[in-house]
Design a protein around this ligand. Structure first.
Ligand code: HEM
Length: 496
């Protein structure tokens, strides 16, 4: 009888705890004790953020989920997202088993203290152009007239840029060890958060493998020992150099006599850059191939503009402004592909409220970048399209006459990012592929330079066509975790 009493007591405690946790929590699909919203999430598909977009008609501002025991809020409303992203209270990140134990040194390591290290300077442009030149020449010589399967094709080149900036090293684009690292890195991105949502999975070998535990461990160990070795080499040579040659040199110099800088954090920062800056830019370049093959007239228009403005000269960011249509096309590719559909999690650092709802400490909040990019009301609303320096009476006419400005977020249309005469790109508040606020992407200027220089060099050298022998690339076929990348697809390349 005692066991029945204890069982009933346990169930009652769990139910009361659940009621207290749910009290005034943002509305969302039904949630139950222990399993949370999992039953209701399942019917909307596996990717929480992309699927939260489907719930917008029911929950236009924000959706509250219980992922197991973890409280997660996804913000669909742009102004509310802005309020959250710019607030100190919501500027935390999840510290869990992956970040602390596996990736860290029993403490969280990485980024933060390095804000002043500039990613956008001119030295970086030539590093990017060198790397783009190598892969484009490879594609041009080896794949002319052939069908290329685009599958993480640019990821190693993008990692090489980071290697060069951080440590001065580079790898061949076909290096098998790097390819394996990239594969596992993609897996980490696809299965992020699972072990934190279901901590119970950590207890047996079988369940650990459901979220790729040993592969993740291998990846983090490989990254750690790789950077440990590179840092050691840098330490040995540090005092023989006249000035710092790369990021590790800069950090090691700053570290001398300053306890705030540690070698473990340096390893963490290097890992941050590789985790955040490889897959994101690499996937965007795959989307460039996909959308260029599907939109040959856009591709030709970009190429014409590029050849008129810089011919076959090596691109630098100084050419920004002189190829507005190409810039607008890159922006449209970023909008349509939503490579980081939800950014990273923001953790509430204390009990607080948001839009009248109670947000308890440690709740995770995401903003739904994908929803902002696909918002029919926004992308069709002429009022919000006014370029800062355009006179209103001029535009009213243009807007009223231009049917294309109305309600077409699903369309691939670079013109939406251009002013009326196509001479410059527009700054559009809701276009935030790199997030915004207190935790905005640290690599934004590097990523922008990479996308600009790679895209121009690709178009200077290659024509990308739909393959006659394979299925047409389909933007609806993608894999999504932290990042969203197209499933492998084929295109035919033609050297120019
Ligand atoms: C197309 C490429 C990229 C996209 C779309 C992208 C997008 C994002 C987004 C949405 C966030 C989260 C913002 C937030 O939580 O509010 C983020 C964070 C971050 N990104 Fe990027 N990113 C890209 C490339 C890069 C590159 C090249 C690097 C560096 C090498 C980088 C480094 C970081 C870091 C370190 C953070 C975390 C910042 C923090 O926690 O304070 N990213 N990125």
């Amino acid at each position: 009888m005692l066991w029945l009493f204890l069982l009933t007591l346990g169930v009652v405690i769990i139910c009361i705890r659940h009621l207290l946790e749910s009290w005034n929590f943002p509305p969302g699909p039904p949630r139950y004790p222990i399993i949370g919203s999992l039953l209701s999430i399942e019917k909307y598909g596996s990717h929480l953020i992309l699927q939260a977009t489907k719930l917008i008609p029911q929950f236009p501002k924000m959706v509250g989920f219980f992922a197991g025991q973890m409280r997660v809020v996804i913000i669909n409303d742009f102004d509310l997202a802005k309020k959250m992203a710019f607030s100190d209270t919501f500027s935390g990140r999840l510290i869990g088993m992956y970040t602390e134990t596996m990736r860290g040194y029993n403490r969280n390591i990485g980024v933060i203290s390095t804000q002043e290290f500039g990613f956008g300077n001119k030295g970086m442009w030539s590093i990017i152009a060198d790397e783009a030149g190598i892969i484009v020449t490879d594609l041009k010589t080896q794949w002319d007239g052939q069908d290329l399967m685009v599958n993480q094709t640019f990821n190693i080149s993008v990692l090489n840029i980071l290697f060069k900036i951080v440590s001065g090293k580079r790898y061949r684009p076909d290096d098998p060890e790097m390819k394996e690292l990239m594969r596992v890195l993609a897996l980490v991105f696809k299965s992020a958060y699972i072990e934190e949502v279901f901590p119970i999975l950590q207890y047996t070998k079988f369940t650990r493998e459901l979220y790729g535990h040993s592969q993740k461990q291998l990846l983090t160990q490989t990254f750690k020992s790789m950077f440990e070795q590179v840092i050691q080499e840098h330490e040995q040579k540090l005092h023989t150099k006249e000035s710092p040659e790369d990021f590790i040199d800069v950090y090691l110099q700053a570290k001398e006599g300053n306890d705030l800088f540690t070698k473990e954090d340096l390893i963490g920062i290097c890992m941050d850059f590789f985790e955040a800056g490889g897959e994101t830019v690499g996937s965007t370049l795959s989307w460039v191939f996909l959308y260029m093959s599907l939109n040959p007239e856009v591709q030709e228009k970009c190429r014409k503009e590029i050849l008129q403005s810089l011919g076959v000269r090596e691109p630098t960011m100084d050419y920004r402004g002189s190829v507005p249509y190409t810039e607008a096309t890159i922006m449209e590719i970023q909008r349509c592909s939503s490579v980081a559909p939800s950014g990273l999690e923001h953790k509430a650092l204390e009990d607080t409220e948001l839009d009248g709802y109670t947000i308890k400490k440690d709740t995770l909040l995401f903003y739904n970048i994908n929803a902002f990019f696909m918002d029919r009301d926004y992308w069709g609303d002429p009022e919000e399209w006014l370029p800062v320096d355009t006179l209103l009476f001029y535009n009213i006419n243009a807007f009223f006459m231009d049917r294309d400005y109305w309600g077409d977020p699903e369309e691939f249309r670079p013109e939406r990012f251009l002013n009326d005469d196509g001479s410059k790109t527009l700054k559009i508040e809701r276009f935030i592929p790199f997030g915004f606020g207190k935790r905005v992407c640290m690599g934004e200027s590097l990523a922008k330079a990479e996308l600009f220089i790679f895209t121009i060099m690709i178009l200077q050298n290659l024509r990308i066509k739909i393959s006659a022998n394979h299925a047409k690339p389909d933007p609806g076929q993608y894999e999504a975790g932290i990042t969203r990348s197209p499933l492998p697809f084929h295109v035919t390349l033609e050297a120019i």
